[in-house]
Design a protein around this ligand. Structure first.
Ligand code: G3H
Ligand code: ZN
Length: 285
Protein backbone atom coordinates (compact mmCIF):
# COMPACT_ATOMS: atom_id res chain seq x y z
CA UNK A 1 0.00 0.00 0.00
CA UNK A 2 1.09 3.59 -0.52
CA UNK A 3 3.01 5.33 2.25
CA UNK A 4 0.82 6.98 4.91
CA UNK A 5 1.34 10.06 7.11
CA UNK A 6 2.39 9.95 10.74
CA UNK A 7 -0.81 11.77 11.70
CA UNK A 8 -2.98 8.95 10.33
CA UNK A 9 -1.16 6.33 12.44
CA UNK A 10 -0.87 8.31 15.66
CA UNK A 11 -4.44 9.61 15.54
CA UNK A 12 -5.72 5.99 15.66
CA UNK A 13 -3.10 5.02 18.26
CA UNK A 14 -4.23 7.95 20.41
CA UNK A 15 -7.87 6.95 20.18
CA UNK A 16 -7.11 3.32 21.06
CA UNK A 17 -4.34 3.91 23.61
CA UNK A 18 -1.35 2.17 22.03
CA UNK A 19 1.94 3.30 20.49
CA UNK A 20 3.70 2.73 17.16
CA UNK A 21 7.36 1.84 16.78
CA UNK A 22 9.64 4.14 14.78
CA UNK A 23 12.63 2.10 13.64
CA UNK A 24 15.76 3.63 12.17
CA UNK A 25 17.11 2.24 8.91
CA UNK A 26 20.24 2.84 6.85
CA UNK A 27 20.40 -0.19 4.52
CA UNK A 28 18.26 -2.70 2.62
CA UNK A 29 18.46 -5.50 5.17
CA UNK A 30 17.20 -3.36 8.04
CA UNK A 31 14.32 -2.02 5.94
CA UNK A 32 13.43 -5.65 5.15
CA UNK A 33 13.65 -6.61 8.84
CA UNK A 34 11.28 -3.83 9.82
CA UNK A 35 8.71 -4.72 7.18
CA UNK A 36 8.92 -8.47 7.91
CA UNK A 37 8.38 -7.79 11.61
CA UNK A 38 5.45 -5.43 10.99
CA UNK A 39 3.79 -7.96 8.67
CA UNK A 40 4.29 -10.79 11.16
CA UNK A 41 2.61 -8.63 13.81
CA UNK A 42 0.05 -7.15 11.43
CA UNK A 43 1.13 -3.78 12.75
CA UNK A 44 1.51 -0.26 11.38
CA UNK A 45 5.11 0.87 11.38
CA UNK A 46 7.26 3.97 11.03
CA UNK A 47 10.51 3.54 9.10
CA UNK A 48 12.77 6.47 9.79
CA UNK A 49 16.06 7.71 8.40
CA UNK A 50 18.34 10.18 10.11
CA UNK A 51 20.42 12.76 8.25
CA UNK A 52 23.36 10.44 8.82
CA UNK A 53 21.52 7.51 7.23
CA UNK A 54 20.63 9.69 4.24
CA UNK A 55 24.28 10.75 3.91
CA UNK A 56 25.37 7.07 4.09
CA UNK A 57 22.79 5.43 1.80
CA UNK A 58 21.69 8.33 -0.38
CA UNK A 59 18.22 9.95 -0.25
CA UNK A 60 17.14 8.27 -3.47
CA UNK A 61 18.05 4.80 -2.16
CA UNK A 62 16.27 5.33 1.17
CA UNK A 63 13.12 6.50 -0.61
CA UNK A 64 13.25 3.71 -3.21
CA UNK A 65 13.79 1.02 -0.56
CA UNK A 66 11.04 2.19 1.78
CA UNK A 67 8.55 3.07 -0.97
CA UNK A 68 9.09 -0.39 -2.51
CA UNK A 69 8.74 -2.01 0.90
CA UNK A 70 5.47 -0.16 1.54
CA UNK A 71 4.02 -1.00 -1.88
CA UNK A 72 4.79 -4.67 -1.32
CA UNK A 73 2.94 -4.98 1.99
CA UNK A 74 -0.59 -4.65 3.38
CA UNK A 75 0.50 -2.94 6.62
CA UNK A 76 0.57 0.88 6.77
CA UNK A 77 4.07 2.35 6.55
CA UNK A 78 5.28 5.88 7.29
CA UNK A 79 8.57 7.14 5.83
CA UNK A 80 9.87 9.63 8.41
CA UNK A 81 12.90 11.91 8.56
CA UNK A 82 14.47 11.56 12.00
CA UNK A 83 16.13 14.58 13.65
CA UNK A 84 16.01 16.95 10.69
CA UNK A 85 18.14 19.80 12.00
CA UNK A 86 18.76 21.19 8.50
CA UNK A 87 15.81 23.11 7.05
CA UNK A 88 17.03 22.30 3.54
CA UNK A 89 17.22 18.57 4.35
CA UNK A 90 13.65 18.71 5.70
CA UNK A 91 12.44 20.46 2.53
CA UNK A 92 14.24 17.94 0.31
CA UNK A 93 12.60 15.01 2.14
CA UNK A 94 9.15 16.61 1.81
CA UNK A 95 9.79 17.22 -1.87
CA UNK A 96 10.99 13.66 -2.57
CA UNK A 97 8.13 11.81 -0.88
CA UNK A 98 8.71 11.42 2.85
CA UNK A 99 5.28 11.30 4.48
CA UNK A 100 6.54 12.66 7.79
CA UNK A 101 9.45 14.78 8.96
CA UNK A 102 10.94 15.69 12.30
CA UNK A 103 12.14 19.26 12.38
CA UNK A 104 14.54 19.15 15.34
CA UNK A 105 14.90 22.74 16.55
CA UNK A 106 15.74 21.68 20.11
CA UNK A 107 19.10 23.42 19.97
CA UNK A 108 17.41 26.78 19.24
CA UNK A 109 15.92 29.26 21.72
CA UNK A 110 12.20 28.50 22.26
CA UNK A 111 10.79 31.27 20.05
CA UNK A 112 13.21 30.42 17.21
CA UNK A 113 12.25 26.73 17.49
CA UNK A 114 8.59 27.77 17.26
CA UNK A 115 9.21 30.05 14.28
CA UNK A 116 11.23 27.49 12.33
CA UNK A 117 8.78 24.67 13.13
CA UNK A 118 5.92 26.88 11.87
CA UNK A 119 7.83 27.46 8.63
CA UNK A 120 8.23 23.70 8.14
CA UNK A 121 4.57 23.09 9.00
CA UNK A 122 3.36 25.67 6.49
CA UNK A 123 5.08 23.81 3.65
CA UNK A 124 4.47 20.29 5.00
CA UNK A 125 0.71 20.95 5.23
CA UNK A 126 0.61 21.72 1.48
CA UNK A 127 2.02 18.24 0.78
CA UNK A 128 0.00 16.44 3.47
CA UNK A 129 3.23 15.60 5.32
CA UNK A 130 3.18 15.26 9.11
CA UNK A 131 5.60 17.14 11.33
CA UNK A 132 7.23 16.07 14.60
CA UNK A 133 9.15 18.64 16.66
CA UNK A 134 11.41 18.42 19.69
CA UNK A 135 11.39 20.53 22.85
CA UNK A 136 14.02 20.01 25.52
CA UNK A 137 17.37 18.43 24.69
CA UNK A 138 17.60 14.64 24.61
CA UNK A 139 21.06 13.50 25.70
CA UNK A 140 23.34 11.00 23.99
CA UNK A 141 24.37 10.59 20.36
CA UNK A 142 22.24 9.70 17.36
CA UNK A 143 24.38 9.86 14.23
CA UNK A 144 25.31 13.52 13.73
CA UNK A 145 23.29 14.75 16.73
CA UNK A 146 25.19 14.74 20.03
CA UNK A 147 24.08 16.27 23.37
CA UNK A 148 26.26 15.90 26.45
CA UNK A 149 24.78 14.90 29.80
CA UNK A 150 25.33 18.40 31.18
CA UNK A 151 23.63 20.01 28.15
CA UNK A 152 20.67 17.65 28.17
CA UNK A 153 17.59 19.63 29.23
CA UNK A 154 14.29 18.18 30.35
CA UNK A 155 11.16 19.51 28.66
CA UNK A 156 9.28 22.20 30.60
CA UNK A 157 5.53 21.31 30.58
CA UNK A 158 4.36 24.94 30.37
CA UNK A 159 6.76 25.58 27.49
CA UNK A 160 5.46 22.43 25.78
CA UNK A 161 1.88 23.72 26.08
CA UNK A 162 2.92 27.07 24.58
CA UNK A 163 4.95 25.36 21.83
CA UNK A 164 2.14 23.07 20.67
CA UNK A 165 -0.54 25.76 20.80
CA UNK A 166 1.69 28.14 18.78
CA UNK A 167 2.75 25.57 16.17
CA UNK A 168 -0.04 22.96 15.87
CA UNK A 169 2.63 20.30 15.40
CA UNK A 170 1.47 16.69 14.83
CA UNK A 171 3.75 15.08 17.43
CA UNK A 172 6.15 16.36 20.08
CA UNK A 173 9.41 14.65 21.09
CA UNK A 174 10.00 15.34 24.77
CA UNK A 175 13.07 15.04 27.01
CA UNK A 176 12.05 13.30 30.23
CA UNK A 177 15.18 11.31 31.04
CA UNK A 178 15.83 9.02 28.07
CA UNK A 179 18.98 9.39 25.95
CA UNK A 180 20.23 8.18 22.60
CA UNK A 181 22.60 5.23 22.48
CA UNK A 182 23.59 2.59 25.01
CA UNK A 183 22.55 3.25 28.62
CA UNK A 184 25.14 2.70 31.39
CA UNK A 185 22.38 1.97 33.92
CA UNK A 186 18.56 2.02 33.94
CA UNK A 187 17.28 5.36 32.57
CA UNK A 188 15.42 7.41 35.16
CA UNK A 189 12.30 8.68 33.46
CA UNK A 190 10.56 11.67 35.04
CA UNK A 191 7.01 10.29 34.82
CA UNK A 192 5.55 13.20 36.78
CA UNK A 193 6.92 15.57 34.17
CA UNK A 194 5.63 13.34 31.37
CA UNK A 195 2.17 13.21 32.98
CA UNK A 196 2.08 17.02 33.29
CA UNK A 197 3.17 17.47 29.65
CA UNK A 198 0.49 14.99 28.56
CA UNK A 199 -2.11 16.88 30.60
CA UNK A 200 -1.25 20.23 29.02
CA UNK A 201 -0.40 19.23 25.44
CA UNK A 202 -2.97 18.30 22.79
CA UNK A 203 -0.77 16.21 20.46
CA UNK A 204 0.75 12.70 20.67
CA UNK A 205 4.12 12.50 22.44
CA UNK A 206 7.29 10.87 21.14
CA UNK A 207 9.97 9.17 23.23
CA UNK A 208 13.45 9.17 21.69
CA UNK A 209 16.17 6.98 23.12
CA UNK A 210 13.72 4.14 23.72
CA UNK A 211 16.26 1.32 23.21
CA UNK A 212 17.12 -0.25 26.54
CA UNK A 213 14.16 1.32 28.36
CA UNK A 214 12.59 -1.31 30.67
CA UNK A 215 9.23 -2.75 29.60
CA UNK A 216 7.43 -1.40 32.68
CA UNK A 217 8.61 2.12 31.81
CA UNK A 218 7.47 1.76 28.19
CA UNK A 219 4.01 0.64 29.35
CA UNK A 220 3.78 3.55 31.81
CA UNK A 221 4.85 6.00 29.09
CA UNK A 222 2.05 4.70 26.83
CA UNK A 223 -0.45 5.36 29.64
CA UNK A 224 0.98 8.90 29.81
CA UNK A 225 0.45 9.75 26.13
CA UNK A 226 3.53 8.47 24.31
CA UNK A 227 2.37 7.23 20.88
CA UNK A 228 5.73 6.91 19.05
CA UNK A 229 8.83 5.18 20.40
CA UNK A 230 12.13 5.61 18.52
CA UNK A 231 14.37 2.54 18.31
CA UNK A 232 17.81 2.46 16.69
CA UNK A 233 20.42 1.15 19.14
CA UNK A 234 18.58 -2.11 19.91
CA UNK A 235 18.52 -2.91 16.18
CA UNK A 236 22.19 -1.95 15.71
CA UNK A 237 23.23 -4.12 18.66
CA UNK A 238 21.48 -7.26 17.44
CA UNK A 239 22.36 -6.69 13.76
CA UNK A 240 26.09 -6.11 14.32
CA UNK A 241 26.19 -8.75 17.07
CA UNK A 242 24.90 -11.32 14.59
CA UNK A 243 27.45 -10.25 11.99
CA UNK A 244 30.25 -10.50 14.56
CA UNK A 245 29.14 -14.00 15.55
CA UNK A 246 28.95 -15.16 11.90
CA UNK A 247 32.44 -13.84 11.17
CA UNK A 248 33.85 -15.35 14.37
CA UNK A 249 32.33 -18.71 13.49
CA UNK A 250 33.54 -18.54 9.92
CA UNK A 251 36.40 -16.04 9.53
CA UNK A 252 37.03 -17.14 5.95
CA UNK A 253 33.43 -16.38 4.81
CA UNK A 254 33.48 -13.95 1.86
CA UNK A 255 29.79 -14.07 0.86
CA UNK A 256 28.15 -10.95 2.42
CA UNK A 257 24.77 -12.68 2.28
CA UNK A 258 26.01 -15.27 4.78
CA UNK A 259 26.78 -12.42 7.19
CA UNK A 260 23.95 -10.01 6.47
CA UNK A 261 21.21 -12.64 6.08
CA UNK A 262 21.32 -13.93 9.69
CA UNK A 263 21.66 -10.33 10.92
CA UNK A 264 18.47 -9.48 9.05
CA UNK A 265 16.65 -12.40 10.70
CA UNK A 266 17.95 -11.48 14.16
CA UNK A 267 16.70 -7.91 13.76
CA UNK A 268 13.20 -9.15 12.84
CA UNK A 269 12.80 -10.81 16.24
CA UNK A 270 13.87 -7.72 18.21
CA UNK A 271 11.53 -5.48 16.20
CA UNK A 272 8.62 -7.90 16.67
CA UNK A 273 9.16 -7.82 20.45
CA UNK A 274 9.08 -4.02 20.41
CA UNK A 275 5.91 -3.96 18.32
CA UNK A 276 4.19 -6.30 20.77
CA UNK A 277 5.38 -4.20 23.71
CA UNK A 278 4.10 -0.96 22.12
CA UNK A 279 0.66 -2.57 21.66
CA UNK A 280 0.33 -2.07 17.90
CA UNK A 281 0.12 -5.79 17.07
CA UNK A 282 -3.03 -6.42 15.02
CA UNK A 283 -3.68 -2.68 14.56
CA UNK A 284 -2.87 -2.60 10.83
CA UNK A 285 -5.98 -1.37 9.01
O1 G3H B 1 16.06 9.09 16.91
C1 G3H B 1 16.41 7.93 17.13
C2 G3H B 1 16.17 7.33 18.43
O2 G3H B 1 15.88 8.31 19.38
C3 G3H B 1 17.26 6.39 18.82
O3 G3H B 1 17.14 5.99 20.16
O4 G3H B 1 19.45 5.11 20.57
O5 G3H B 1 17.57 4.55 22.10
O6 G3H B 1 17.65 3.58 19.83
P1 G3H B 1 17.99 4.74 20.67
ZN1 ZN C 1 16.17 10.48 18.55
Amino acid sequence: MALVSLFELLDHADREGYAVGAFNCNNMEIVQSIITAAEAESSPVIIQASQGAIKYAGLNYIIALVRQAAEGTAVPVVLHLDHGTSFDQVMQCIRFGFTSVMYDGSQLPLEDNIAQTCKVLEIARVFGVSVEAELGKIGGTEDDISVSEKDALLTDPAEAEHFVSETGVDALAVAVGTAHGLYKGEPEIDFERLAEINRLVSCPLVLHGSSGVPEKSIKKAIELGVRKFNIDTDIREVFVGSMRKALTNNPSEIDPRKILGPAREAAVEVIREKIRLFGSTGKAR
